[in-house]
Structures are given as structure tokens and as C-alpha cells.
Design a protein. Sequence first.
Length: 197
Amino acid sequence: MAVNRVPVLKRCRSLGMDPIYLGIDKKSNRELKRANRKMSEYGLQLREKQKAKFIYGVLEKPFRNYYARAERMKGQVGENLMILLERRLDNVVFRMGFARTRKEARQMVDHKHILVNGKVVNIPSYLIKAGDTIEIKEAKKASAKYKEITETTAGRLTPEWIETDLEALKGTVKQLPTREMIDVPVDEMLIVELYSK
């Protein structure tokens, strides 16, 4: 399996985004030394795609598959793409506050700590549907790790399309998100322009 080992803060700096979107509340003190060159249209489009891939932890091939699927769906391709990425199980676990970062959420799913509608799902890219119930496995709920995580994420805002009970480590997807509910700083229209060339 391919793993992205680029330092997170360095990558955030190069993409010009705040690490808070990854669940990291550190700030980099370094400034990005970039020549005062105007970025080309292609460069801007590529940066938006890299930003979306980096935030959701998706590699190129799966990302291209999401785009192809978004094209086949009704509605705007860019919005469909963002909704598909937001519906990933690892992202929903992160949004519910059961993990500090999406990487941690992905690991929890890989290690079979997550139940979807009472069944173990260990596929981070599993797409959640409206009405799905997500919870931490009963045997893992009492562990100190989850108490620590919930203390850290307690102040985080849960999106309106999700209902979470941090005490019981359980949550429900009330509805599928719309683009307005997704607070990710990505201009999906530039990604659509890039792929439609």
C-alpha cells in the first residue's frame, strides 16, 4: 500500500492551507519561500486537486475513480465529487469526533474498531448512506485511548448532517451532505476543469 510520508505542516504550507482542516491545531512558524511568479491556470487547477487528495487522504487512482463516478451522477460534477469524498467512512468517523485526524480514523477502520449498522467494516473508502449508524466496537469503548480522543475532539463542531453521542461513542448520519455543509477549502470547479481537458 502506498503511504504519503511528506511532513504534514510542510505539505499544508506548500498547498497554502490551514492544518486545522486535517484536525491538526499546530501552526508552522516558517514562511514559504516562493518566487513572485504568477501561477499558471494549470498550476492552480493541479493545486486544488492535490489539496482535495491531501485532505481526504486519497491517492491518484481512487481519486480519478471518484471523479468518474461523480460524472455519472445527476447534478454538478464538482459538488458530487466533494459529497462522495465526504461520505467516506474514515472521513465520517473523523467528523463525528471519534478520531483526531482522518489518518487516525483510517487506522481505526483498518483495525476493525468501527461498526456500521452493527457490522464490522474495515474499508476506509466505504461510502456511508443516510440513516447509517456508526459506532466504536463495544470491546474498545472503555479503552483510555477513546476517552483521550473524545476529550480532545469535544469542542469540535459536528456538521449538521451528522448526529453524534460522544459519551456512547455512537453516531447517526441524518442525511447526505450538500456542498454548503462541507467546510473544506477546495474549489472543486478547478478540479473539474483539470479533468475535462
